[in-house]
Ligand binder design. Structure first.
Ligand code: 9D3
Length: 247
């Protein structure tokens, strides 16, 4: 069971996603809980202001510290075990390693920005961690927060269909998957590799490993440096590079 508390000025953005996905099933099954908190509800001024102009001038608006601080005081249990995460383009890039780490938490707080910037005191005093989902510019932290919820939730034991498939996730094994095929044996004149139809399991396993290494070598050679390769793997890679089967 994991609880996500999401702070946003657009909490409605989450409803369609959470109501129409595999996560919905986990929510219904009580494995995942998502609490949406509108930052605006934690403002105390007449105009319910969540942002303001920057000190020192310049364009754009800056997310105010008080509403976020008020919201966190109301939401986060004292004791300091719950990670408070800011979704921001300046954060560390989300990787499966981080996803695995977060899936061990019983509770995670996600703060979504929607501004050109945030008051630095939020970063200095209120958050534990800052996460980006990659080097491209989005309009806010809501989609990134949903990506965190999605990627973490599927690792929660009991999540629909995660029994052993998660163990073979590309980013857990450290290699990309090779090609898959299913019926029919022939479509138009597009066939299926003979070895997969041979019934010779050892040969099939060997072929799959080789294809997985080949694909990783072609598309993500950077990943090969992070993975523990067997002597057999190294031999296969030598062969692949030598044959320049890669073109
Ligand atoms: C004009 C402001 N931008 C200067 C380049 C900074 C900026 C702040 C906030 C740009 C985008 C955003 C909104 N994006 C997010 O809050 C965000 C994000 C993203 O844009 N890309 C990847 N990951 C993330 S996590 C949160």
């Amino acid at each position: 069971m994991i609880v996500f508390d999401i702070l946003s000025v657009f909490p409605e953005m989450f409803q369609s996603t959470l109501g129409n996905s595999l996560i919905k099933r986990s929510i219904d099954n009580g494995l995942v809980e998502v609490n949406l908190h509108n930052i605006r509800n934690y403002t105390r001024d007449r105009h319910r202001t969540t942002d303001d102009t920057p000190y020192g001038g310049g364009g754009g608006m800056v997310m105010k510290v008080e509403p976020v601080a008020n919201a966190l005081k109301a939401i986060v249990p004292t004791g300091g075990k719950t990670p408070v995460i800011l979704l921001s383009p300046q954060g560390e890039t989300l990787k499966q390693k981080i996803v695995e780490e977060l899936s061990q938490c019983s509770r995670v707080v996600l703060i979504c920005g929607h501004y050109e910037g945030i008051d630095e005191r939020i970063r200095e005093h209120l958050i534990d961690r800052e996460i980006s989902i990659g080097d491209y510019v989005l309009s806010g932290g809501e989609l990134p927060a949903m990506i965190v919820v999605d990627s973490v939730s599927r690792l929660v034991p009991g999540f629909v269909g995660n029994s052993d498939s998660v163990l073979y996730d590309s980013f857990s094994t450290g290699l990309l998957e090779g090609p898959h095929y299913t019926r029919p044996r022939e479509y138009e004149n597009w066939g299926v590799p003979e070895v997969l139809l041979s019934g010779h399991q050892k040969k099939i396993d060997e072929w799959r490993r080789r294809e997985s290494l080949k694909r990783t070598l072609q598309r993500r050679p950077d990943m090969l440096k992070q993975v523990d390769l067997t002597e057999e793997d190294k031999r296969m890679i030598q062969e692949l590079v030598g044959d320049s089967e890669l073109v």
